[in-house]
Write a protein that binds this ligand. Structure first.
Ligand SMILES: Nc1ncnc2c1ncn2[C@@H]1O[C@H](COP(=O)(O)OP(=O)(O)OP(=O)(O)O)[C@@H](O)[C@H]1O
Ligand SMILES: [Mg+2]
Length: 383
């Protein structure tokens, strides 16, 4: 029997405790849930009763549902994660490279901007940083890094394009580096997921300190495929300050959990805006990143201010992280926090439903009943 949320056998996961069978075929079984209030409880209950009841000779099924303690829950997640690693195929990403995927539940929150700037800031520290543009259909990394060119193949494998940064280097793979015809070939009959698989397996990444993955918005096939191929991936969740954004980011955290990925931390983007007179405005509200991080039990690793130069730098292909101003300092600090503070990463636990309830409660307290949090329509729309 498979846990509907964790997607693994409940016996293997260690969720089944004592089992007693009487001579008459009366079965008593204990099932421990990862958390008590899980809405999937009744489904699990029904499935266990159904499976046992279908066994010939079973007369009755008596089920007691218990709740795991924190330790037991951590052990279950560990086991699930180990199994995922055992199942993972070989990739061309060196084992010592730390893999960080930048994710969010929805579009336009600044995943790609955070990815390229964090990559640049890490490279500035003298590191070799791979950047995998996993937004196959909507790639933006080449433009943001001001890189163009065509991927070449060596021994039948793609060679990432390089951009030196101070003592470090960026190695980048993106659909944007494939000729139109090649892209068409990749598209034809291929799942998006396959393109990412090729970027991970059929590429000369060489020796990397970090691999940063710019994910498309949402929680689809590409995300789950990455989780399957590189289960050691840690997720950095990008959110914007409003409550609605946290709710979608929480969905991305749930996806991480289903793929057994760890959430390394939360980055709040488009935080306060400081005008030229030095006055700071919390245009989209404030504290959202902190609240989400607290709900997930992970650190808030950075707060990136809303700044017109972010967009201008993106258009110019010169990441702000490579400049000398306060925005560069913000990303230098983010790189430092990711490198120094975030490992070892923190476990997330609990179901999304609970998380969303908690966020709802927080939101209700903040905006009051019947009032929607002030979210720009565009930012609130799920892509
Ligand atoms: N801190 C910021 N201040 C101002 N503009 C920003 C900031 N971060 C990102 N932007 C701008 O917001 C837009 C969306 O950013 P970006 O493309 O990085 O988001 P994304 O989450 O990758 O989007 P998508 O979901 O489409 O991939 C871009 O025009 C970018 O320049
Ligand atoms: Mg993007």
């Amino acid at each position: 029997m498979v846990d509907p949320e964790l997607g693994d056998d409940i016996v293997d996961l260690g969720m089944v405790g004592a089992v007693e069978v009487s001579d008459d075929g009366d079965v008593h079984v204990e099932v421990a849930l990862t958390i008590a209030g899980c809405p999937l409880r009744s489904q699990i209950e029904r499935d266990v009763r159904g499976s046992l009841g279908a066994i010939p000779g079973v007369r009755s099924v008596d089920l007691s549902m218990a709740q795991m303690g924190a330790e037991q829950r951590a052990a279950v997640m560990d086991r699930a994660r180990r199994k995922a690693r055992e199942r993972a195929p070989a990739t061309a990403v060196p084992p010592r490279a730390r893999v960080l995927a930048v994710a969010s539940g929805k579009g336009g929150v600044g995943k790609s901007s955070v990815t390229v700037n964090l990559a640049a800031a890490l490279a500035r520290r003298g590191l070799t940083v791979g950047v995998l543009d996993a937004d196959i259909g909507g790639f933006s990394v080449p433009r943001l890094l001001g890189m163009e060119g065509r991927l070449e193949a060596r021994d039948g494998k793609m060679v990432p394009l390089e951009r030196p940064v101070a003592r470090g280097v960026l190695r980048v793979l993106s659909m944007g580096f494939l000729a139109e015809e090649d892209r068409a070939v990749m598209w034809r009959g291929l799942l998006l997921n396959r393109a990412v698989q090729q970027f991970l397996q059929d590429a000369h990444w060489g020796d990397l300190d970090y691999l940063l993955v710019d994910l498309p918005p949402g929680t689809g096939d590409i995300q789950m495929g990455l989780a399957r191929m590189l289960p050691r991936t840690e997720m950095l969740l990008v959110t914007t300050p409003p409550l609605a954004a946290q709710r979608v980011a929480a969905r991305a955290a749930d996806m991480a959990r289903r793929g057994y990925l760890r959430v390394a931390g939360v980055v709040e983007n488009m935080s306060d805006f400081t005008c030229e007179h030095g006055t700071t405005y919390a245009l989209f509200g404030s504290g959202g990143g902190q609240r989400l991080a607290a709900e997930l039990g992970v650190p808030l690793v950075g707060r990136i201010p809303l700044h017109p130069r972010m967009a201008a730098a993106g258009d110019a292909g010169q990441p702000v992280a490579l400049g000398g101003d306060e925005l560069a300092a913000v990303f230098a600090e983010l790189a430092r926090a990711v490198a120094d503070d975030v490992a070892p990463v923190v476990e997330t636990s609990g179901c999304t439903a609970r998380l969303l309830d908690a966020l709802d409660a927080a939101g209700a307290a903040r905006v009051g009943p019947g009032q929607e949090p002030a979210v720009p329509a565009e930012a609130a729309a799920d892509r």
